[in-house]
Design a protein around this ligand. Structure first.
Ligand code: FUL
Length: 508
């Protein structure tokens, strides 16, 4: 999506043998530096949603640190969302349509949104983010402000509505609905005219947010290309954000610049080894902001940032974002999906995994098999926790809460501590290869250096070291039998606190 990146498309939007070699950053560079000038900065975040801050009890920390809103907290705890890229591109074999595609192309004869949601649910995903409109401008719902939509297609005799079907299926299966509405529209004639296009875009946003029930996430891509007439569009982000806040106040908004959740800075599925949920909003002021190293900055952002804006890791299960027959043999393996889980959720981010429907409107059987195997492998790893009910000792309060399996309870070191140690004696020696740590992020994020040591048959060994923890830190360790564990918070910006310490075995 966003600030000059995106490795999913060639500059001409075609897909060649599964190799997508032009990034969006490349595209923006070619297009020139105008994007920064054209966009309207929104440096203060969303209207009325400046995150609150938690008072710090005692200690040398005089500042109040940012904390998540209820919506941001829920968004992060969901861990996994499915992305569904679907539009005329699915039928033209392109990644970026140019807006000239005929709606007659769109005819997903076996479309079954309930099949999407059932698979997503079985694999442990909690929501689906659908491309209601991609850059080509084709609307998957019958928009009243354009004729370039499903209403002009042969699908369901022109009476169909993909957004409605996906919304209903999500509701039936208890999943959240997220919607992607590309600001960049290569079909709409008013694109590049300023206010007139904003009126069209905002009308579309209002349709999507008023007609389909609760929406949990609104996804704003940062791509902002030149219109056919050579004009560039300025986006009125404050106006856009206000519509979301008014119509779906519980939804989080995603973009390079949030305001609620931020892009993680690449489309490879990799959050920073160091990954903070706090940012200085001025450092990435608007969606599509391009600057040297902005991708690296978004990966890690800023321990001293004044705003809570956790990172979302969007990545595709295939080389492209849209379905291409020639990529059917390039679907990520289960090992690879597990790796993505470790480098996203396991680095204090959320994984938004794209699974593109085929021309029939279903997920390809290979993708379905991989998703299900990914779900089974994660469940197998996480369900068995060898540290559960361990005997825990540590200064401060509630040490046993670190192993009680409840995300809302936590161990807290004494106020004023800058370093703290938690010792676990396991109920029985156990063979493990994964350590999982969590901070109680409802109170913010503080740990900036930790290490984990374990005692096995050959004595004590250093198992893992790291910087941030945040919502979740997953560390792979060499497989070994462990009977005691020591977690040392070496440095922190807040009272040392841990909501969970667990030990697992990931068996390939
Ligand atoms: C990018 C877009 O240009 C891609 O087509 C895709 O939608 C990706 C998620 O975001 O910026």
């Amino acid at each position: 999506m966003t600030s000059g990146r995106r490795n999913g498309a060639r500059q001409d939007g075609t897909c060649q043998g599964g190799t997508h070699d032009a990034t969006r950053r490349d595209f923006l560079r070619v297009a020139g530096a105008w994007a920064a000038l054209a966009a309207i900065p929104d440096v203060v975040g969303a209207r009325g949603r400046i995150p609150s801050a938690a008072p710090i009890a005692g200690g040398p920390w005089s500042a109040r640190r940012p904390v998540p809103t209820a919506a941001q907290l829920q968004w992060q705890r969901d861990e996994l969302a499915l992305f569904a890229h679907f539009t005329v591109n699915t039928f033209t074999d392109r990644e970026w349509g140019d807006g000239s595609e005929s709606p007659a192309l769109f005819d997903p004869v076996r479309l079954d949104a309930r099949a999407w949601t059932r698979v997503a649910k079985r694999a442990g995903f909690r929501s689906i983010v659908l491309t209601a409109k991609h850059h080509d401008g084709f609307c998957l719902w019958p928009s009243r402000v354009t004729s370039h939509s499903v209403a002009a297609s042969p699908w369901r005799g022109g009476g169909g509505d993909v957004v409605r079907e996906v919304a209903d299926a999500c509701r039936a299966d208890g999943l959240g609905l997220g919607l992607y509405l590309s600001p960049w529209d290569r079909h709409e004639p008013s694109y590049g005219s300023g206010r007139a296009y904003m009126d069209v875009y905002c009308a579309q946003l209002e349709e999507l947010l008023a007609q389909y029930g609760p929406v949990c996430e609104v996804w704003f891509d940062g791509a902002n290309g030149e219109g056919a007439n050579g004009k560039r569009q300025a986006y009125d982000w404050p106006r856009i954000h206000a519509i979301v806040r008014q119509l779906q106040p519980q939804a989080v908004m995603f973009s390079d610049a949030g305001p609620d959740v931020r892009w993680i800075g690449n489309e490879k599925g990799v959050a920073g080894e160091t990954c903070w949920s706090t940012i200085d909003p001025v450092s990435v002021p608007y969606a599509g902001y391009d600057a040297p190293n902005v991708g690296e900055l978004l990966q890690r952002v800023d321990p001293h940032g004044s705003v809570w804006r956790p990172g979302e890791t969007d990545v595709s299960i295939r080389p492209g974002w849209f379905w291409h027959a020639q990529e059917d043999a390039q679907v990520r393996s289960v090992d690879n999906l597990m790796e993505l889980y470790f480098t996203s959720v396991g680095r204090n981010s959320k994984l938004l995994l794209n699974v593109p429907p085929t021309r029939d409107g279903v997920f390809h059987p290979t993708d379905v098999a991989r998703l299900e195997a990914f779900g089974a492998r994660r469940a197998q790893m996480l369900t068995r926790d060898f540290a559960r009910e361990a005997l825990v000792t540590g200064a401060g309060s509630n040490a046993a809460a670190a192993v009680d399996g409840a995300p809302d309870t936590f161990w807290s070191a004494p106020a004023g501590a800058t370093r703290a140690t938690l010792d676990l004696a396991l109920p029985a020696p156990a063979r493990c290869n994964v350590v999982r740590l969590q901070e109680p992020i409802a109170l913010g994020q503080g740990v900036e250096r930790f290490e984990v040591r374990g005692e096995g048959v050959n004595g004590w060994a250093l198992l893992a070291t790291g910087s941030t923890i945040g919502y979740c830190r997953l560390a792979r360790i060499a497989p070994r039998v462990i009977r005691r564990l020591r977690v040392i918070v070496e440095s922190t910006l807040d009272v040392p606190r841990l909501a969970a310490v667990s030990l697992h075995l990931d068996e390939a």
